[in-house]
Structure formats: C-alpha cells, structure tokens
Write a new protein. Structure first.
Length: 576
C-alpha cells in the first residue's frame, strides 16, 4: 500500500500499528457461494501470523475497523495471551458477501487505550446463549451474549478445545442452562443449536449432547453409537454415518415449523418432519435430566462453542461457522503489519517479527561467528598481501647481488625487507653459513653442513606456514558449523511454530507460512556465515600456497647455489 494512502486513511492516530485481515469467500478462500449476512467471525492470532509486539498484555488496545477504515466493529476477546503468543477474538462482521474479498483492519499499539470490546453486541439479538467455556476452574459456563444466560450451579472440567478451552464431560456432571424468557421456544417455533463435539470412545448407547424437556415432551440432540441424531418426542431422525471418536465435529440443528434439519461439519446430514414443542424449562448439556425413563446415557468427551438461537439459522451460515471456527479455515488471510507512517514492514519484516526467541539466540551466535570469520579473513588477507609484496621486493634485491648470495645478510639497508618470509628464510640460511665459516676458520663448507642448513631453513619454512595458517581453523568452523547451527535454529523454530498453531487451533497455509519463513531465517543466517567464509578460505588458501611454493623454491635455489659455489674452483667467492 502506498505510504500516502495509508497516512490519509489511518483510522486513529493514537494507534501505532495496524494489520490487514482479508475475508476471502472466493473459491481460493472460503468458497462461499451465497451471502451469509451478519457473522460473528473468529480471528485467531498466533505466532504464525502475529508477533504480539507493541500490543498490550491484555489486548486492551486492540480495535477492529471495517474495510472503509472508518467504521469500528464490535468485538469480543475470548482469550489473549502474548506470552504464549495466542489470542482468540470474535469480530462482528456486518455482512459476509459471496465470492468476494473484503478487508478489515486490526489496530493496536496505543498504551493509553482502555478495553474497547463490546462483548454483548458481537452476537445479534437472536442468539439466546453462546458458551465459549473459557471460565476458570470451579466457575459455571457463562453466556457471552447480552442476555447473560449463564449456566445454573454447575462447574465443569475444561481442557484444550478446538477454540481455546472446551468443556470436558466425564459422565459425572451435566451443565444446566436456565429457562429464561430469552430461551423460550414456541410450539412449532424456530430454534438453532450448534456446537463442536469431540466424543470419547464409549460403550454402545444413546448419549445426550443437548436435551430439553417440557412435561412429557422432549428435544434431544445426541449420538447413537456415534451416529448423530435428533429426537422430538418419539420421532427420531434417520441414521447416517457415525462421527469419529477423538475428532472434532461440528454439529448443528435448525428447526422451523415442521422442518428440522441436522447438520454435520456444515453439511446437511438428516431431516425430521416434526414440530418443536413449546419449551420454557431448563435445558442440559452433556446429559439428560435425572429420573427420566428414557435409556439415554451421559455424553463423555468435549464440547466447545455451543450456541442457541431463537431463529433457524440459514444453511449458509451453518457452513460458514463450521469452516471459520475449524482448524483449517481458509476464510481469513492475515496481511502485513503497517506502521502509522503507512510504510509496511514488508515481507522481510513479517519474517523478522515472527522469529522466535530460541531462533534469535541461534542467529545471534551465527552473527558473532560471521563477525569473527570476517575479521579473520581481513587479517589473513592483509598479512598474506604484505608478505607477498615484501617477498617480491626481496627477490628483486637478492637477484641484484648476482653470484654473491650472502651479500644481503650484512647489508644494513636490507632491514627494510623484514616483512618478507623469504628474507627471514634467507637470514637463517646465511647465518648458518657464516657460523660455519667462523667456526672452521676457512671458507669451505662440507656437504653434510649444506644439508643441515637446508634442514634449518625447512624448519623456519614450517613456522612461516604456521603463521600463514594462523586462525584459518576459525574459517573452517564457520564453513562447517554455520549451516548446522542454522538448521538447528530452523528445526526448533518450526517445532515452536507448529506447537503455537496447534494451541491456537488454526492449521492452514496462512497460519503456518510466516512461522516457517521465520524459522528458515536461521538457516539463511547459517549460510550467510558459511558462504563468505568458504570463498574467503579458498582465496586465502591459494594465496598461502603461492607464498609457500615461493619459499620452497627459494630454499632449493639458495641451497643449490651454495653447493654450487662450494664446488667452484674459487671458494673465496663465497666469502667475498
């Protein structure tokens, strides 16, 4: 987005950042062919699509704005945990169109902002009750709508669900829902039940997910040996395919007049030609009211995001809810974060903001390795260049002496050649020659002494090679260790990304891609260390080999010319 456009359209200057969220109902996204109208849309934030940098710990500075970047949207925070990097927010989308893309904005980064959520306004007035099951232990489930139809006197166990926390039923407790005016159903009236179920493998029987009785009349939604069914009085829907134990399944029921429809995972499953009885009594989740003659058994497993409506929700909305709330939804696409200046962080910014702490540790180590390797390459390159230039100067001076190979050894001006490794070899060889002249009292040198002189010069050559190779091992460590350290950071980053996504319950490419890309940054950092070190090492290796070859040639030349002069008919030429 151009910076000028972003500046002009910024909803509120007090908020430093915003994130674009695209609601995609095209075939590439949610594939919604019929407009669904008003939808309470689930926004899942996790380390794969949001880094929680610059946002308050409670989410108090989070705001949602419509595509016009002017109209605030009602929202409800179900959970917000920057430490774990997971948040669940319900946003009231006024209109979900068909086969289209619409953008909403999430603003954040305002330390002065107070909580702006309007929980009761997220769900329209026809939602009689909505239960997220996010309550702390020992607290009955609370209704998220404005009607406050909280459960009556029952606390339940909770566990990780498909959307945050879920109610855990072990057969010992049921949840009792109030019989308030807003929950009443007229004879043959309209009604919708929906929720996520995850049944345990249980013995054969008819378990109750939702039940409501009025005298001798009843409405039961449950599982018959794993097969979803709805029962109104004595009429029972036809049997279909059983749901899988241990898997989350979206179960919904709509009723209006004589038509009762049962949906599984957003698709029509069964129909029942019956009227709902008039009901003003309490209802139950996870089991039936005690003392009934029916042979129903309690439900064992988990329930999540249970909703009761006073109207029959359209099939399109049922399908959208099943998709939007599920773990593999493609309905939402999360864009780049933008600063208030309108200049977005860009793709690389998304990657950097998604890097986990452990990956930063690995990247920091790799950056230290890179700095050390560059320092070594610079020092070694400067040293070998200095030695090479000095060797060239020495060879010029040495060859100007002609046959008198020892002339430079007692020339004070030759000290300027001290940086040359050849000069250091020469000084040692010449010193050995002069010491033998002085000890023997004559100019002749025995053949055995010439070999001793060679050995002495070879030992100096070895030390010169060691000086050339000093710290080169650090480059080999960078070459071989950098990619492996980067791979370690990538693997750990991928593990954490998948764990965070699993905790958020959002498994799709839009959720995974930023975290995987961020994890791969560690591998890129490893290659960033290894590739320059590899090039530098090979370059220095060739330069060092050239210097070593020159030293070996010089030793051979010096010793050969020394032996030649000893065989000369004029031995005094050596000592001249």
């Amino acid at each position: 987005m151009p910076a000028a456009y972003a500046d002009a359209s910024w909803w509120n200057q007090d908020f430093a950042f915003r994130k674009a969220i695209t609601v995609d109902t095209t075939a590439k996204g949610g594939n919604v062919a019929i407009a669904a109208g008003r939808v309470p849309l689930l926004v899942r934030l996790h380390s794969g699509n949001f880094t929680f940098d610059g946002v308050s710990e409670s989410g108090a500075d989070v705001r949602f704005v419509a595509s016009d970047d002017k109209t605030p949207l009602n929202y409800q925070i179900e959970s917000f945990d920057p430490v774990l990097g997971v948040a669940l927010v319900w946003v009231d989308l006024p209109q979900l169109g068909a086969d289209s893309q619409q953008q909403i904005w999430m603003y954040y980064g305002n330390p002065k902002a107070q909580g702006g959520e309007k929980a009761g306004a997220v769900f329209d007035a026809d939602y009689a009750a909505v239960y997220h099951f996010e309550e702390p232990a020992g607290t009955p489930p609370r209704d998220a709508t404005a009607y406050a139809n909280n459960a009556v006197g029952n606390d339940i166990l909770t566990a990780d669900g498909i959307i945050g926390k879920a109610a855990r039923f072990d057969g010992s407790k049921i949840v009792t829902l109030p019989g308030s005016v807003s929950m009443n159903v007229a004879e043959g009236g309209s009604f919708t039940f929906s929720g996520w179920i995850k049944p345990d493998p249980v013995p054969a029987g008819r378990s109750v997910v939702y039940a409501r009785r009025q005298g001798d009349r009843k409405l039961i939604v449950g599982l018959d040996n794993g097969v979803p069914f709805v029962q109104v009085d004595d009429a029972v829907s036809a049997a279909g395919e059983a749901v899988k134990a241990g898997d989350w399944t979206y179960l919904a029921l709509t009723a209006t007049g004589n038509d009762i429809d049962l949906y599984v995972d957003g698709r029509p499953y069964a129909k029942l030609d019956a009227k709902l009885p008039a009901m003003t009594s309490q209802a139950t989740l996870g089991g039936d009211v005690a003392g009934q003659a029916d042979t129903f058994v309690p439900f064992t497993g988990m329930l999540d995001e249970v909703r009761l409506s006073r109207i029959a929700r359209p099939a399109t909305l049922i399908a959208v809810d099943a998709q939007a709330q599920g773990a593999e939804s493609r309905l939402l696409a999360y864009g780049a974060d933008e600063k208030q200046s309108g200049v977005g962080f860009g793709y690389f910014g998304i990657i950097v903001k998604s890097v986990t702490a452990d990956a930063w540790v690995v990247i920091a180590i790799l950056l230290v390795m890179a700095a050390i390797s560059w320092l070594v390459m610079w020092q070694r390159a400067a040293y070998v260049s200095k030695v090479s230039r000095a060797n060239d100067d020495f060879l010029d001076a040495f060859r100007q002496q002609g046959r008198n190979i020892l002339a430079l050894s007692r020339d004070p001006a030759a000290a300027r050649l001290g940086d040359a490794s050849l000069y250091r070899l020469y000084k040692v060889g010449a010193a050995e020659v002069w010491s033998r002249h002085d000890a023997d009292g004559h100019d002749g040198i025995a053949p055995e002494s010439i070999e001793a002189i060679r050995a002495t010069m070879d030992s100096v050559l070895v030390r010169e090679n060691q000086a050339l190779s000093k710290s080169m091992v650090l480059l080999t460590i960078a070459i071989s260790g950098g990619p492996f350290l980067g791979l370690l950071g990538t693997v750990v980053g991928v593990m954490i990304t998948f764990a965070a996504i699993a905790a958020a319950g959002d498994v799709n490419v839009n959720a995974i891609a930023p975290g995987i890309a961020a994890a791969l940054l560690a591998t890129v950092a490893g290659l960033f260390v290894a590739i320059p070190a590899l090039f530098g090492y090979n370059y220095l290796l060739i330069r060092n080999k050239n210097v070593t070859a020159n030293m070996q040639v010089f030793v051979d030349e010096f010793v050969t010319r020394l032996a030649e002069q000893q065989r000369s008919s004029k031995p005094s030429a050596v000592a001249a």
